[in-house]
Design a protein around this ligand. Sequence first.
Ligand SMILES: [Zn+2]
Length: 576
Amino acid sequence: MHTDPRRARWSGALAAPLLVLGLLSLGACKKREPAPAPEPQSGPISPEAKTAAGQITADYLRAQIAKLSSDEFEGRGPATPGDVKARDYIVEQLKQIGFEPGGADGGWQQPFDVVGITAEMPKTWTFSKGGKKASFKWWDQYIAGSGVQTEKGAVKNAEVVFVGYGIQAPEYGWDDFKGQDLKGKVLLMLNNDPDWDPNLFAGNTRLYYGRWVYKYESAARQGAAGAIIVHTTPSAGYPFQVVQTSWSGEQVEVPAESEPRIQVKAWMTEDASRQLVKLAGQDLDKLIESAKSKDFKPVPLGITTSLNFKNELKKSQTANVYGVLKGSDPQLSNEYVILTAHHDHLGVGEPDAEGDKIYNGAMDNASGVAQVLAMGKAFKALPTPPKRSIMLLLVAAEEQGLLGSKYYATHPTIEPGKIAANINYDGGNIWGRTKDIIFVGKGKSTIDEYVEALAREQGRHVVPDQFPDRGFFYRSDQFSFAKIGVPALYLDAGTEFVDKPAEWGKQVHEEYEQKHYHQPSDEIQDSWNYDGMIEDAQLGFYVGVNVANAPAAPTWVPGDEFEAARKSALEQVQRE
Ligand SMILES: [Zn+2]
């Protein structure tokens, strides 16, 4: 799992778990309103699937994790020699389990560039209205990153417009822009999404609309020159210091294409934002109040600003690795269930107290890759392949901000409308059997029906994400698929361990977070117990088999934030 999409690979803070919690923590949360119960789609586990699931063994998982997390692969940092070696190794494993190359060209890898951008922003940023001026200091009052992958970026004499939350969400009847022309403007926006009404934007739960990534994308869709997010600790969930540390230094992205882009992605402290709107004779609290209505209209502030900055650009290359098992139904085999796990980790970095510099990433995410490969073995062991095809996709550069899955989602080898579901593994249970399984993103799609029914057959129960406020659904690779409309499943290890006291599960999870998460000590241990990991992988396999054999693909619950993306993906397929 990655810490935050904006984090450069090697800030020391990356390893600090408290910061990780701080980054996305928002306080108490409510689940979204119950949607009409979808028709149960999943049949039981077939005897053939049960037998095939026997391919998922402790020996296989242990051997794969040991190899992938060994020092030989140097922590699998993207674009390093260790990354190349690890990918070649995974290709060999895909061949060994009997899958075909995933690329239409017969290739096993989908290469892509990773672009590193280090922006040099001016020490002060000045805004004017009439003869009056207000200037804000870099670092203390404003922070900004480049929105473009060019050597220079600029905002020229642009007008500043307050746009409330900057959200367009037809499913909630919400549009902050009201058709106003915002081309070339700098948009001042509020963080988070409306959270005072459980029927609007799922109440306190932060949806994609409430994340800063959405804000900048939304501004770009309006043709704006730049966007400034007003930082407040409650609306961000973290202090301004986190913005400072995560937005300075190198930012990494997939290469820019034809998508709209703003020149500058900025944050301003609450205090500085107050001064800025005061220059326009406005009051920030009143503007915020006015934004809390569906009738809100953008407020031009009559303030103009210019900004010039330089970027240092670096390019390197990594690749996603993929293999397929063709489905057995002449029609449905054109559709795919895609199983994902990221193969990268953090590479070689700051040494720990023992002088270990290799961030082996045994749990994060050699264990996910091992589980996906083991599931592939199980699919191959079925007497007949499932009706739909199966793709195993081991994605790259997840730790740098889901880059590999993002690249795949924007350059899919299977049309999004033909991807029935994504099942993602990031991390694994190393502590033994559990009575529960955690389903991150429960309540969003009809995949719920499969997971509930099949976990029950395993004698287990499904628990929703324990921390919906931290946005885990948006922090691993299934999110890239959800964004292009593909219903997605992300399972996480349970906490109710068989024959252990109630508190034990929470303790071991927390201990891993503190002692090993994103640290050189995330290494394979003899003490690891694979019994729970086997059951978790088997559950993903059963879901995969039943989804791949179902008459219809899963759907988002009505009104879900990703429903519109699915609709357009399906329309695209039907037009052909
Ligand atoms: Zn990670």
